[in-house]
Design a binder for this molecule. Structure first.
Ligand code: BTN
Length: 261
């Protein structure tokens, strides 16, 4: 019995088969390789240790073995390129849903799972897509969650801004149960977006960034203002001193609760 003894999913696309690695460079790379194999689509690739785990914006993803979840799934989604942002929202909602079964978490734009209310990071999502003008051809959805990695054991530079689901739940969580819930939720989310149901409303409801004062690194500069909304194209709408700005991507470097006028 391993922590990953999870349900078979013969009728589902996400998580149809599970591939476990004690150590791998990056689960995202393996999931992409699997897309070239017959039956490789949707296989869940899980690793205890990644030697070259990637985060967003060129960062590395650190996670010790035996305590967390590093998962990737490769898909050929039926999705227009203009709707590619929905994959990230769908993955974020699936992670949010799976974590919320254990402790309250929210989403920080664009797709971090964070503690409610202190905003420490529980997990992150890296989506790597191949697109043409019209369609998303391939997408690798990578999800990293801090599950039983106690905050007190994290390196100092992480421990100030990160936490784990176990810290929030007040005790260890069953990693197989989290993975089970995550794969089912991700499958449901992918079915929904492929059927034309935008995740926007549910993403907005789960996103604790809205209504906050934010400072966001975007392109060469920083945008400051109040996060107002998620536009129907997935962009974050920020009310700045110069008017509303739409951000399709970026990184929040500062976030605080807006002071009522
Ligand atoms: C972030 O918040 O910067 C995104 C982190 C994504 C990490 C996951 S772990 C599984 C998958 N494999 C990777 O190399 N990265 C993602």
């Amino acid at each position: 019995m391993t922590p990953w003894d999870i349900a078979d999913r013969p009728r589902r696309r996400v998580g149809r088969g599970l591939e476990l690695h004690d150590e791998i460079a990056s689960t995202n790379d393996r999931a992409r390789e699997l897309l070239a194999e017959a039956d490789g689509e949707g296989r869940a690739v899980v690793a205890e240790v990644q030697t070259a785990g990637r985060g967003r914006r060129g960062r590395t993803w650190e996670s010790p073995g035996g305590v967390n979840l590093a998962l990737s799934v490769g898909l050929r989604p039926h999705l227009a390129t203009a709707d590619a942002w929905q994959l990230a929202a769908a993955a974020a909602l699936a992670a949010w849903d799976a974590c919320n079964r254990f402790a309250p978490v929210t989403l920080k734009w664009p797709n971090d799972v964070v503690a409610d209310p202190d905003g420490a990071k529980v997990g992150g999502i890296l989506i790597e897509t191949t697109v043409d003008d019209e369609r998303v051809r391939e997408a690798v959805i990578g999800i990293g969650l801090n599950l039983n990695w106690a905050r007190r054991d994290m390196p100092a530079e992480l421990g100030t801004a990160a936490t784990s689901l176990a810290d929030l739940a007040g005790g260890p969580v069953d990693r197989g149960e989290v993975l089970d819930g995550l794969l089912d939720a991700l499958d449901d989310e992918i079915v929904a977006i492929e059927s034309g149901h935008s995740p926007r409303e549910r993403y907005r409801a789960a996103c604790s960034t809205l209504g906050r004062e934010v400072e966001i690194e975007a392109g060469e500069g920083r945008i400051r203002g109040r996060a107002l909304d998620i536009h129907e194209d997935g962009a974050l709408v920020v009310e700045t001193a110069d008017g509303p700005v739409h951000l399709a991507s970026g990184e929040i470097v500062r976030l605080r609760t807006a002071v009522p006028a």
